[in-house]
Each structure stands twice: as C-alpha cells, then as structure tokens.
Design a protein around this ligand. Structure first.
Ligand SMILES: *Cc1c(COP(=O)(O)O)cnc(C)c1O
Length: 401
C-alpha cells in the first residue's frame, strides 16, 4: 500500500476526531521517524511529550520485553511483584508520599478530582455534593466528560453537554484572581505549571510559589497537572521543582510510559491518599506489572541519562538557533527547557497549519498548538547536531512564511 491508501483506509474506518498532518509513520528510533516510503523526519512533537526518552529507547524496550515473558496483567484483584518498586521510585523522584496508578492522563486528573473532593468532604467539613475546584482559562486536562465540563475551548465542548458542575474558572497566571475566588466551599485549584495545549503559556516566575502560599493560608489544595511538563521536559524532573514548592496532589502521565505504553498516576501525601478505601476507586489495567516495569525503567532512563540537564542545555541551544531566524512574522518565542513555542503574527483567520505542512515536506514534524503557535518539543535525547539538522530546514521555511 502507498501513503495515500493508508490515509484513505484510516479515513474510511476511523472517526475523524483528529486532523493529522498527512504523514504515515511506520518506524521510529530516538528523535527520528520514517514514513512508509522510507523518508526520514525529525520528531519535534514527541507525541505531546510522551516520548521524552526517545523512540524505542533500548532500556525501556528491554524492560518491557523481559516483563512480557513473565506476567503482564493481574488486575488489582491480586498483587504483583512489580508495582511496589515502581510506585516507590515514582514517589522518590516527585517527593510525594503515595501514588495511585492509572493509565491515561485524563484518568489521573479524574482521580485527583475525586481525591480532592473526598478529602475536603470527609476531613475538612465541606458538605457532601458541594464545593468548587478552581481551574484556569485555556486549561487542558483531558477529554472525559467531567474534564471537558471545565474546558474553555468551544471545540472540546460543543454538543457534549450537560456538563458537570463544581468548577470555577479564573484567568491563568493571576494569583490575585485565585485569592479572590476562594470561598468557604473551595476545594482547591487544578492548574498546569505551563499551559501546553494553550500555546506554551509560561507563567511569570513565582506563580506556583504564590499559589502555594495562598493555598496554605486558605487551607485549600494545590493540584498540579504535570502530565505534559513532568519528567524532565522543562529542565527539572517536575516543573514545580523550579520554584522549590510541592503540590498537595500531582497528576502525571505521558512520558511515564516511555512512549511504549499508557502509564499515569495521581500522587499525594499519606494523609490525603487515606481517603481512598477498598472499592472507592479503581482501574482494571492501572498498576499492571507490564506498566510498572515500563514506568520504573522510564524513570531510571530519565535519571541515569540526566535528561533534566540535557533539556536545559539543548533547550537553550535550540532557542538560540530559533532566534537567528530572520522573520517579521515571528511574534514571540516562549520556552522552558525543551518545551518551546514559536508564536506567529498572522491574520485573524490564519493558522500555522500551512507552515507545519511545509516543515513536514522538509522533514520536520511539528504541530500547531492553539492556532498561531508551533510547538517544538523533541525527545530529550536530542543532540546539537540533530537540532542543527532540524534548523537547516526550519529556518528557510520560517523565513519564507
Ligand atoms: C495530554 C494531557 C492530558 C491528558 O492525557 P491523556 O493521556 O491524553 O488522557 C492532561 N493534561 C495535560 C496537561 C496534558 O498535556
């Protein structure tokens, strides 16, 4: 089959809930992917930062294949010999005390909402079936019915109501608005340390610290969604570590599965996590031995290869190369580590999609985030030479845009 036939086949039988670039990938390694015609591309998306360790990372593939020869699924009806060590490591790298393993990011967020509500209902006197979680404009926390209820993106919501109550929206990067929005019935704030899907929105320095201070003062919970910013992407294992604070509840996913498998978790203190009792929450696949083996090795790779430092160094180099691009259409470059957004000055109806298509033709796979911004978030194993390879192609496309 040729590329067009693959695209048509998928279009005929697959729901059209995405608008992918028309590249048909059949192979990948490190920062590289190849299409069905054997053409090579550099991956600047890393599946929304789920492939921080690089495609087909040798150690993670080995851990997975070895585990596949032993046992892959027990369900939580039985214990397995992999989950404890995995969760211990996850707690160690995050500084949290306990973890509840799930599969997808949205499930980690759902778990954090249940945990926060039950804690405030049973321990802090907010009456059952009451209480609000504060969220931010332009948030992205996943696609379940509860989560889209507090999205501000009309495309994510239209036709999917009725929506779940219990959420209050405030502007992002505005601690004063948060302080003002808190009432006796506030459960906490759910927030991304950097808004990825909103266009790599990097808040002012001290934002998280300020949220932490307000949460402590008012006795409400700080719930951080580090599903995209976590696991070394921004130059630290977690983005909150840049500000020397700790959340009450932490949602992780994406790169925890090393690009091989969906692995997510919700982390918290022992005190908070104690509100979950047998039967109150669960997942057939959450914490399965294959996920645990992959998750543990995914963390080992991040630690052993110092991918936090690498994200800092390569991020600085990448941004310096992007700044050399001579184009009046580039409005702003926003970044932290290897999470980079290039925002373009375009007409009101124009998007960066045509630029992404030109980049694709040149061998660079990058995707728009929020219409006017192109995200560069390659696997963290990227080298200077690979960034140079990409920039040789990015520069002429941007300068001709
Ligand atoms: C990707 C993402 C999610 C959702 O993760 P899924 O695995 O797609 O359910 C939630 N929050 C953030 C910040 C994300 O980037």
């Amino acid at each position: 089959m040729n590329a067009k036939e693959y695209l048509d086949l998928e279009k005929s039988y697959g729901a059209h809930n995405y608008h992918p670039l028309p590249v048909v990938v059949s192979k990948a390694k490190g920062v590289w992917v190849w299409d069905v015609d054997g053409k090579k591309y550099i991956d600047m998306l890393s599946s929304y930062s789920a492939v921080n360790q690089g495609h087909l990372n040798k150690r993670i593939v080995k851990a997975a294949t070895e585990q596949m020869k032993r046992v892959t699924l027990t369900s939580r009806a039985f214990s397995n010999d992999r989950m404890g060590a995995f969760l211990k490591k996850l707690c160690e790298v995050s500084g949290m005390e306990m973890a509840l393993p799930m599969n997808t990011g949205a499930e980690a967020v759902e778990t954090s909402i249940k945990l926060a509500r039950r804690y405030m209902h049973t321990k802090k006197g907010i009456p059952e079936n009451e209480g609000d979680i504060i969220v931010c404009e332009n948030n992205f926390h996943g696609r379940t019915t509860t989560i889209i209820s507090f999205s501000s993106d009309p495309d994510s919501k239209k036709g999917f109501g009725p929506f779940a109550p219990g959420f209050v929206t405030i502007p992002y990067n505005d601690p004063k608005a948060f302080e003002k929005a808190i009432t006796k019935k506030t459960i906490g704030i759910l927030v991304e340390p950097i808004q990825g899907e909103a266009g790599i929105n990097v808040p002012s320095p001290g934002y998280l610290k300020e949220l932490r201070r307000i949460c402590d003062e008012k006795g409400v919970l700080l719930i951080l969604d580090e599903i995209q910013t976590g696991f070394c992407r921004t130059g630290k294992m977690f983005c909150f570590q840049h500000e020397g604070i700790k959340p009450d509840i932490l949602c992780v996913g994406k790169a925890l599965g090393g690009g091989l498998y969906p692995v997510s978790a919700c982390l918290a203190s022992r005190e908070l996590m104690s509100v979950f009792t047998p039967g109150s929450h669960g997942s057939t696949f959450g914490g399965n031995p294959l996920a645990a083996a992959i998750g543990e090795e995914s963390l080992n790779v991040l630690l052993d290869e110092h991918l936090d430092k690498r994200a800092v160094e390569m991020g600085e180099y990448f941004v310096s190369r992007l700044k050399e691009v001579n184009s009046s259409k580039i409005k702003q470059i926003r970044s932290k580590g290897l999470l980079i957004g290039v925002e373009f000055q375009l007409g009101p109806k124009e998007t960066v999609r045509p630029i992404c298509e030109k980049l694709m033709a040149a061998g660079v796979l990058a995707k728009d985030t929020h219409e006017k911004t192109i995200r560069f978030a390659p696997p963290l194993v990227i080298s200077k030479a690979e960034i140079d390879w990409a920039m040789e192609r990015v520069k002429p496309v941007f300068e001709g845009a």
